[in-house]
Design a protein around this ligand. Sequence first.
Ligand SMILES: [Zn+2]
Ligand SMILES: [Zn+2]
Ligand SMILES: [Zn+2]
Length: 582
Amino acid sequence: MTAPAVLDDPLTQAVVERLTRPDYPAFEAQLRSSGYCAQPVRLQGRVEVCDGHGHRRQVWTTDSEPDGLLRKACGNRREAVCGPCAERYRGDAWQLIVAGLRGGKGIPESVIGHPAVFATLTAPGFGPVHAHLLGPDGTPLRCRPRRDRPVCQHGNALSCSRIHGPDDPCLGEPLCPDCFDYDGAVIWNNLLGELWRRTMIHLPRRMAKLAGMTQKRLHELVRVSYVKVAEYQHRGLVHLHALVRLDKRMPAYRADELRAPAKRFTVQVLEHALRAAVAHVSVKVPDELGAGTIGWGKQLDVEQLCTDEQQRPRRAGYLAKYTTKSTEQAGGLLRRITHAEVEHVSVSEHNRRYLKTGFTLDDRVTAAIAADPLPAPPPSPPRPAPATFEDPNDLALRIARAMSTDERVTVRTHLGAEYVGRIVRRTPDGFMLDTGAVVAVAEVRAITAAPLQPPKRDKRDRRLAACAHTYGHRGHCLTKSRHYSVRFKDLRQAREQHVHEQLLTNGDQTQRDLAELAPEQRIGSFEFVGVGHLTTADALLAAQAAARAREHRELARQALYDHHNRRREDRCETPQDHPRPA
Ligand SMILES: [Zn+2]
Ligand SMILES: [Zn+2]
Ligand SMILES: [Zn+2]
């Protein structure tokens, strides 16, 4: 009997080969623990335990794993790079944003009563571009109709009577590339972080004015918290979506507590102050980049958030959606490039002009810095001599000296560990470094002066070449003020803790043994082997498993939604949309 024709297909053959291997369950477990990452990091190595007498015992090695490898999630936040990892990031972002709006994850639920606004801050115009426009009733409008059909000095029409669809590739492209101010656009993106910082400084000032009190008094009463997300528009400029919330100012030792501000600081006051701050704030453009000032665009949306339990999570979903995107919305690149690559990468001419502008502006800044270099730093004083365990008195003196002069030191221990930092305080049997490391004096082999740190980067260097692929934008996609909500790190730790508990109860013998070890008992040594799945068949299996996992999550979410609505009906309320991540 001959095999069915479909099995002749090499991909199907490879899939069947993988599925029928005896170690397939272990392979599937690796896919699951890497979150079905589309391009996992491949590692080789082992985990050992130290028995307290300096002897190591191997407890686990990748040699016993499928293909002798460990697959770890790449953890990339961009949808265009890795779907499953981006989805996880978006989920975390949603949790972080929503916790600051209605509580949860350690944030009190009373936060829902704080005045808060959802604002979209825009860039000014840098030249006419093709746009997808909708009228007030949702009907598509013509792009840029002009009766007098103006023509620019380069001979290009500055009008466009077409109706562009939402996916038209020409969206965001300038009507005349030579009229579009690429320099201005890149400089604006580059200074955006500073513009936002200034806006947040101006906001309380404006609030003080509206409330009829001094800035000092207002500072004692109110704290502004925010989370903001950057979104690239088709034309390549960045918009900011921000949630701004008012909290009561707490004394330093209770700074982590969240309380609602006094009643007089209403959401209306917040909106008016934000509008005033956005209208008036500006940032000086450095001389080498053409001087002058930049400010926000005319368009500003501010929506007051009510204390409705439904509206707030929807805004969080809207924000979280943008956190997995980058310049791909404007047709740009996902990676850093060099000047030499600009002419060869496959992007539209509009995007290439942006990339070129980044490098040209960077050259200008570099030339300006070279023409007027910073004065050389004063020569460093002679560095204190090392001290070793062989002379304990010398060692004790060295520690005291390093503490009194705030010196950065390198501490080597008998076990071969090395710590670099400043000694901040003594402990009963040793000392603590500013990095948080605690070292017992008995463990110390030697203390020497730490290697000199490289000179600080010139402040005038705006990193325009390194940010050419992000059109000058230097900031992170999502940033928040310290007290807005939990951190990504907290959410990740909570997830790791959950996985740890799962392994302790449901894992096999090896997994349980590993999970029971304290982190300091485990010595893991791993080597990077490569990125991505080994074969197309593996990638296909991972993608299918990711789709199934997604489906399961959707079903679970639906079940939760039904459950919530049933509970609401029981309480004779009208069912509404249950919040869910976008
Ligand atoms: Zn990934
Ligand atoms: Zn057009
Ligand atoms: Zn022109």
